[in-house]
Design a protein around this ligand. Structure first.
Ligand SMILES: Cc1cc2nc3c(=O)[nH]c(=O)nc-3n(C[C@H](O)[C@H](O)[C@H](O)COP(=O)(O)OP(=O)(O)OC[C@H]3O[C@@H](n4cnc5c(N)ncnc54)[C@H](O)[C@@H]3O)c2cc1C
Ligand SMILES: *[C@@H]1O[C@H](CO)[C@@H](O)[C@H](O)[C@H]1NC(C)=O
Ligand SMILES: *[C@@H]1O[C@H](CO)[C@@H](O)[C@H](O)[C@H]1NC(C)=O
Ligand SMILES: *[C@@H]1O[C@H](CO)[C@@H](O)[C@H](O)[C@H]1NC(C)=O
Length: 426
């Protein structure tokens, strides 16, 4: 049982690390330090930082539906989150009538009494958009609209929570690239950073997202540390006229392809992306490591050409009027995947001073207001056994990630990355 004055060091100021700090401080812990290697926060290449993330309760696993609804209730508190959350609704596509992810998500959303509208066929789906918006026909498709969902401004939300933890007394240190866990007789006692500084800890939380498998390989011989996978994102800059047209659109998320697209941000930028198996980047080392704008400032944001084409094709299947516009930017964004899509939140077996909180599997951001409760529960040994088993880092993986069933991960081929010229439609 952790004492409230325990010296807690959290490595990683993303969604897991910052939310953990927040909930620990709220529960009365007094000595919490967050270390991040970035020189400014939120880190520019953190998964938790960019302009938007879908906030949905549409999950085929009811545990996440319930937790997401708690998160959405929190997001709606404007005193806490200002205008971070935008409740534009989410159109979930991909009903198959055959236990598909979307079918299961609908049943779970329904069980919680969410504001839902089944959308069967093209007419119904088109009616989920404002009447003047030119959409695709959506013939032969079906799904549902969940109006109690939307998107969050990811960078803004994380920055707000970082300021909250500082106000609650946490130390948040930047430029601290943790290179080693310091151990004594098999028990963690702190961390060493690349600049040589050492931070003592009676409890260490590793929350380094997609960098975890490559940054701490020595910690993980006995369990899966996750698999870092790059996922493709592309942005389109709208004109003022287009912003007026598209501004009241819902988020569209098609679980049959993994494609999703947001309404425009306040800067008039539409983001489209793929939630799929994604790419590893091992460079022959056997461990996939994020390739980002930090590791390659010139080309770190480029995605494979074939994905650019896929994104354009799928965009045409939602907003044909935008499909021939140039992409204004692209990004490979890195998940830390577990085989079953459940997070890893638990103590490392044999070392009661070490907690791991990662394995986001591409769906953790929406839980920012609440996910740290789970980490605090682990630390305070309050977690219900069934939930502890779900997230245990040494669990046996008997299920696959249902949201990406049957998709295969491939190694990133740097020769196939797009160039600036490819961003323009041909
Ligand atoms: C393209 C994309 C789309 C997504 N869409 C959604 C969505 O629509 N809805 C949703 O809910 N979720 C979404 N996600 C998932 C969500 O963004 C992630 O689950 C979440 O941000 C992961 O948070 P994290 O704290 O694990 O990692 P991160 O946010 O990456 O944080 C890790 C931090 O650790 C730091 N760090 C790493 N190594 C070290 C080290 N050695 N020493 C010190 N610091 C270190 C990094 O600088 C970083 O700040 C998406 C993710 C991506 C990539
Ligand atoms: C239903 O889904 C299962 C598993 O995904 C698949 O094997 C089966 O062929 C599908 N049946 C129909 C009628 O589509
Ligand atoms: C952090 O340190 C690792 C080695 O421990 C190094 O590979 C990496 O480039 C460093 N990252 C930053 C952002 O300094
Ligand atoms: C692999 O790493 C080496 C050394 O960092 C680098 O020079 C090379 O370009 C990398 N290759 C790939 C395919 O990433």
């Amino acid at each position: 049982m952790a004492a409230l004055n325990e010296k807690i060091v959290i490595v990683g100021a993303g969604c897991f690390g910052v939310s953990a700090a927040y909930h620990l401080l709220r529960r009365g812990f007094t000595d919490v330090t967050i270390l991040d290697r970035a020189s400014s926060l939120p880190a520019p290449d953190a998964a938790s930082n960019d302009m938007n993330r879908i906030v949905r309760s549409a999950y085929s696993d009811i545990f996440y539906t319930k937790l997401a609804r708690e998160a959405i209730t929190a997001w709606k508190d404007r005193e806490e989150w200002a205008d971070t959350y935008h409740e534009c609704g989410v159109v979930v596509l991909g009903f198959s009538g055959n236990e598909s992810y979307a079918d299961g998500a609908y049943e779970n959303d329904k069980a919680f009494g969410a504001n839902l509208k089944p959308l069967s066929g093209g007419d119904a789906i088109r009616a989920a958009f404002p009447p003047h918006v030119p959409t695709a026909s959506f013939d032969e498709q079906s799904g549902y609209l969940n109006s109690d969902s939307g998107w969050a401004n990811a960078g803004q939300g994380l920055a707000l929570m970082i300021s909250k933890v500082i106000a609650l007394g946490a130390k948040v240190l930047t430029g601290k690239n943790v290179s080693d866990v310091v151990r004594d007789n098999g028990r963690t006692t702190g961390v060493r950073c690349q600049d040589g500084t050492v931070y003592d800890a009676s409890l260490l939380v590793i929350a380094t997202g997609s960098w975890t498998p490559s940054a701490f390989p020595e910690l993980t011989p006995s369990y899966t540390a996750g698999l870092s996978t790059g996922q493709c994102v592309a942005m389109i800059q709208l004109t003022d006229y287009e912003v007026e047209l598209y501004k009241d659109c819902p988020v569209v998320l098609d679980f049959s392809s993994g494609f999703y697209v947001f309404p425009p941000t306040d800067k008039g930028v539409i983001k489209a992306a793929l939630h799929v198996a994604g790419y590893t980047h091992t460079n022959g080392s056997g461990i996939s490591t994020p390739r980002t704008v930090t590791t390659d400032p010139k080309r770190g944001l480029f995605i494979p050409k074939s994905d650019l084409q896929q994104l354009r094709k799928h965009l045409r299947g939602v907003y044909p009027g935008l499909a021939d516009k140039p992409f204004s930017a692209t990004r490979l964004c890195w998940y830390n995947d577990t085989p079953d899509g459940n997070w890893m939140i638990g103590r490392v077996p044999g070392d009661s001073s070490l907690v791991v909180a990662t394995g986001d599997s591409g769906h953790a951001y929406k839980f920012l207001p609440v996910i740290g409760r789970l980490v605090a529960d682990v630390i305070q040994e309050k977690m219900e056994p069934s939930i502890a088993a779900k997230f245990a880092i040494e669990r046996q993986y008997t299920e696959v990630d249902d949201s990406r069933r049957g998709m295969l991960v491939t190694e990133l081929d740097l020769d196939q990355l797009c160039t600036l010229e490819d961003l323009v439609a041909t």
